[in-house]
Design a protein around this ligand. Structure first.
Ligand code: ZN
Length: 421
C-alpha cells in the first residue's frame, strides 16, 4: 500500500451545472452493486484460482477470478481495511457499494489482535463478518518503511514494531504462515520494496533479494497455505524497465496464482509510473490476474486498466472521505467549504449512492463540523461508490465492446476535473 500524498483541495471546484456536457452517459454508469457475480446464484462455482478472460480491448481486459469466497469480476478496485475493517463501514454497506475484495494487512493484524487470535476466532472472514474475498498484504512494505527500526539480511528482516517496540523477525515463511492463519483468499509473498528514490544498486539488490524470497515462498506455499488460498508473487524494479522485465522473467515461471507490480506510487514521477505500467503489465502472464499495489487516483485507475491491470487498491477514497474530501463526476469537493452551508443538493446529483439519495451537502457539512461519526461513514460510502462506479464503467464497457468510448469519456472527466498533480 502506498502513502496517500493527496492534498485537500482548497480552490473552488466547478459546480455541476457548469459542465453538463461531461456528465457521463447513464448507460456508461452501471450500478456497481448490480450484476456482480457474487450476487448471481446461478453461476457455476469454479475452483479457487480459476481465471477467465472474458473480453479484451488492446491490452485492457475484463476477467473473472474465482476465490474460496466467490468470484471477483475485474477490473476491480479493492478498498483497504488494514485492521480488518474498512474504517466506518459495515460489511453489508461494503457489499451494497460494490466491493468484491477488501484488503487486510498481515503486519498490523499479526501484531493486533494477533493472527493466532484471529485463527482461534474462525479466521478473518468470520471475525469481521465479511462474506466475500480478502487479500492480505504481507506486511513487508510496512516493515521496510520502519526506518531505523529494521535490519535486512538475506533470509529476512528483523524489526521493532511501531506498536510497542517489541522485536520480531519476518521471513518468506513467517508471512505466509500468518496469512494462512488469517484465512486470506489471496496471500502476498514477502518482497523488498526500496524507496522510490533508491539508487540503481539498491534497486537491483532489492530485486535479487525479492527473487530469492519468491523462490522460497513458491516452494513453501503448498506446505503452509490451505487448499484454495491463492498466492501472488510481486515484481519489483522501480521505474527501470529493463530491471522490471528481468524480474518479471524470473518470477513468471514460478507457481503463483497471480503477479503484482509492487514499488509503484512510492514517490516516482507520475508519467514514469504510467510508462512502467504500460510497458510491463502487458508482458505479465495473460492467464493469471495482474495486480498493481497501492494505486490510485481516478487517472491512475484508467491508466492501469488500459495497461491490462486487473486489480488495484488504495486508501484514497476512504482516507480522503474522513478528511472531508469527496470525489464526484465533477471533481473533488471539500465539504468544509462555506458555500455548502445552506446547500440543499446532494454531494453529486448524478450519484446513486445512499448518501446522495438521502442527505444534502448542508447536512454533511454540519455533520463534519460537528465531528459526528456519521459523517465519516456517509462520506466513505459515497467515495467508495464513486471509485467502484469508475471501474465498473470500464468493466462494463469492456464486456460490451465499447471500451475506447468509455475510456475517452473518463479521460475527459480526468482532464477537466482530476488532472495529475
Ligand atoms: Zn454519492
Amino acid at each position: 500500500m502506498t502513502a496517500d500524498t493527496t492534498t485537500i483541495a482548497t480552490e473552488p471546484t466547478p459546480e455541476p451545472s457548469e459542465a453538463p456536457e461531461l456528465s457521463p452517459d447513464p448507460a456508461l454508469r452501471p450500478d456497481p452493486a448490480a450484476g456482480l457475480p457474487a450476487d448471481d446464484p446461478s453461476l457455476t462455482v469454479c475452483a479457487p484460482g480459476t481465471f477467465d478472460v472474458l473480453a479484451t480491448a488492446g491490452s485492457a481486459r475484463a476477467a473473472r477470478l474465482w476465490t474460496a469466497h466467490g468470484p471477483v469480476d475485474t477490473p476491480c478496485f479493492m478498498p483497504v481495511g488494514t485492521y480488518g475493517a474498512v474504517k466506518g463501514m459495515d460489511p453489508d454497506e461494503l457489499c451494497s457499494v460494490g466491493s468484491q475484495v477488501i484488503l487486510g494487512n498481515a503486519y498490523h493484524l499479526t501484531h493486533r489482535p494477533g493472527s493466532a487470535l484471529v485463527e482461534q476466532q474462525g479466521g478473518l472472514h468470520r471475525f469481521m463478518g465479511w462474506p466475500r474475498a480478502i487479500l492480505t498484504d504481507s506486511g513487508g512494505y510496512q516493515v521496510f518503511s520502519l526506518r531505523g527500526l529494521q535490519k535486512i539480511d538475506e533470509l529476512g528482516v528483523d524489526y521493532r514494531t511501531h506498536f510497542d517496540g517489541s522485536a520480531h523477525r519476518m521471513t518468506p515463511r513467517s508471512v505466509l504462515e500468518n496469512q494462512a492463519r488469517l484465512g486470506s483468499d489471496i496471500c502476498m509473498i514477502l518482497d523488498h520494496c526500496p524507496p522510490g528514490d533508491a539508487d540503481a544498486a539498491t534497486a537491483s539488490a532489492a530485486v535479487d533479494r525479492t527473487t530469492r524470497w519468491a523462490n522460497e515462498a513458491a516452494a513453501l506455499r503448498d506446505e503452509i497455505l490451505a487448499p484454495g488460498q491463492l498466492c501472488f508473487g510481486i515484481v519489483q524494479g522501480g521505474t527501470d524497465l529493463a530491471l522490471r522485465r528481468a524480474h518479471l522473467e524470473a518470477l513468471a515461471p514460478l507457481p503463483f496464482d497471480g503477479l503484482a507490480l509492487g514499488g509503484l506510487s512510492v514517490g516516482e514521477p507520475i508519467p514514469a509510473m504510467y510508462a512502467t505500467m504500460a510497458a510491463v503489465a502487458p508482458l505479465m502472464p495473460e492467464d493469471r490476474p495482474r495486480y498493481v499495489m497501492g494505486i490510485g487516483t481516478p487517472a491512475d485507475l484508467l491508466a492501469a486498466v488500459r495497461a491490462g491491470v486487473d486489480m488495484f487498491d488504495c486508501v484514497m477514497p476512504t482516507r480522503n472521505a474522513r478528511n472531508a474530501q469527496l470525489f464526484t463526476w465533477h471533481g473533488r469537493l471539500n465539504i468544509r467549504g462555506a458555500r455548502f452551508r445552506d446547500d440543499p443538493g446532494p454531494v453529486d446529483p448524478t450519484c446513486g449512492c445512499l448518501t446522495c439519495r438521502r442527505f444534502s451537502r448542508a447536512y454533511l457539512r454540519h455533520l463534519q463540523r460537528s465531528r459526528e461519526s456519521l459523517f465519516g461513514r456517509l462520506a466513505t460510502l459515497h467515495n467508495l461508490y464513486f471509485f467502484h462506479q469508475w471501474v465498473a464503467v470500464l468493466r462494463g464497457a469492456l464486456r460490451r465492446g465499447d471500451f475506447d468510448d468509455a475510456a475517452a469519456r473518463l479521460n475527459a472527466v480526468i482532464t477537466r476535473y482530476y488532472p495529475a498533480t
